[in-house]
Ligand binder design. Structure first.
Ligand code: UD1
Length: 335
């Protein structure tokens, strides 16, 4: 028996592969390598002692999926594959809808045909939209402000409708808050292409001298220091949340959505100061205008994850930022 990870050589997928292999699961990865590298497969082996089975495959291609299901005994799918850059989704909406919706539909259709009924999906806190009050709870109304967020929301709706129509399915939407850090080995982590969109990858590149300074997007929000507050979670804690969801899905049915965060928010300036303190590097910054679409505060109510999964995040900001910097140095040294 094995778990299929679509997008499994990516940032969150690779850490989840490590977590699953360490817990004794067989892991099969399908990834088209559009935003990751095949060397990650070997790095997973270096960390765990076991290489996952790897297919270079675009999961929109049903024939490739059929082959993977025919050659492996797939008990569940964790679906990470998808485009994830908010700004790009605004300028290329059709590409985002085609890719993200088609991938999810193609995976679910193949699963249904094969009688594989456990589906875990990389959703996002972005589905809480602009109008809810923090902390965000799973039963709050959902909305989206950009095509990327709309694909997350639509896929959640597809999962709900499927579970209503076919009660043998168990579909879990994991709503990620802000994953940061890397595996403590420094062998796997996030590898942004081009200018990073997200805060910590940008800070890492300022620390390593690739970028001159950080632009802090707004200091006039209704938060303690005026800068945006987010719920940063160590990527290995997030990966452990997937393992907990796997266990939950073995004897549950129907649709459920679960927040994966720490329940604690930090501001942009708190992140900058913490990075400087933990790693002993200076991060020059400049206050710049707000980024369109940003909200002041975003953090999770983590009660449901604790109650349903018996899972909670264990690592703090220091671990996240130390491991992020360790990965950045390893990565840039090996390039
Ligand atoms: C962003 C996306 C969100 C997506 C998530 C995936 C937007 C508006 N939101 O979330 O939909 O699910 O990434 O990881 O893009 N910041 C700076 N300077 C920077 C970068 C960020 O000040 O160079 C600030 C932001 O204004 C924000 C915080 O840092 O307050 C975190 O930003 P980011 O890492 O981009 O995450 P989100 O905006 O939470």
């Amino acid at each position: 028996m094995a778990v299929l990870l679509t997008g499994g050589t990516g940032y969150i997928g690779s850490h989840t592969a490590v977590e699953l292999i360490n817990a004794g699961y067989g892991v099969v990865i399908a990834d088209d390598l559009s935003n990751s590298e095949e060397s990650v497969v070997d790095r997973i082996r270096m960390i765990t002692g076991t290489a996952p089975v790897f297919y270079r495959a675009d999961v929109k291609d049903r024939s490739k999926l059929e082959k993977i299901f025919a050659e492996n005994d797939i008990e569940a799918v964790i679906h990470f594959a998808g485009f994830k850059a908010v700004g790009e989704s605004v300028s290329e909406p059709l590409m985002y809808y085609r890719n993200n919706l088609d991938s999810a539909l193609s995976v679910l259709e193949t699963m249904k045909e094969r009688g594989c009924t456990r589906f875990i999906f990389s959703s996002s806190a972005t589905v809480y939209g602009m109008h809810n009050q923090v902390p965000f709870r799973e039963d709050m109304p959902r909305s989206s402000t950009n095509p990327y967020g709309s694909t997350k929301l639509m896929i959640e709706m597809i999962m709900e409708d499927l579970c209503t129509a076919d009660p043998s399915f168990c579909c879990v939407a994991l709503r990620y808050f802000n994953p940061v850090g890397a595996h403590p080995s420094g062998l796997i982590g996030e590898k942004p292409s081009g200018v990073p969109n997200n805060l910590t990858p940008y800070i890492q590149q300022v620390a390593s001298g690739i970028r001159e300074k950080l632009y802090v997007f707004g200091d006039d929000y209704d938060t303690p220091d005026g800068t945006g507050v987010r719920d940063y979670i160590h990527v290995t804690d997030l990966a452990a949340g997937h393992l907990a969801a796997m266990k939950y899905s073995s004897d549950s049915r129907g649709f459920t959505a679960v927040n994966l965060g720490t329940g604690r928010g930090y501001s942009v300036l708190e992140m900058v100061r913490a990075f400087e303190k933990v790693n002993g590097v200076k991060i020059p910054y400049e206050i710049s205008p707000r980024r369109p679409g940003d909200i002041a505060s975003c953090y999770a109510d983590v009660t449901k994850a604790r109650e349903l999964f018996g899972w909670e995040a264990g690592k703090g900001l220091e671990d996240m930022l130390r491991d992020a910097w360790n990965w950045e140095r390893n990565r840039t040294a090996s390039e």
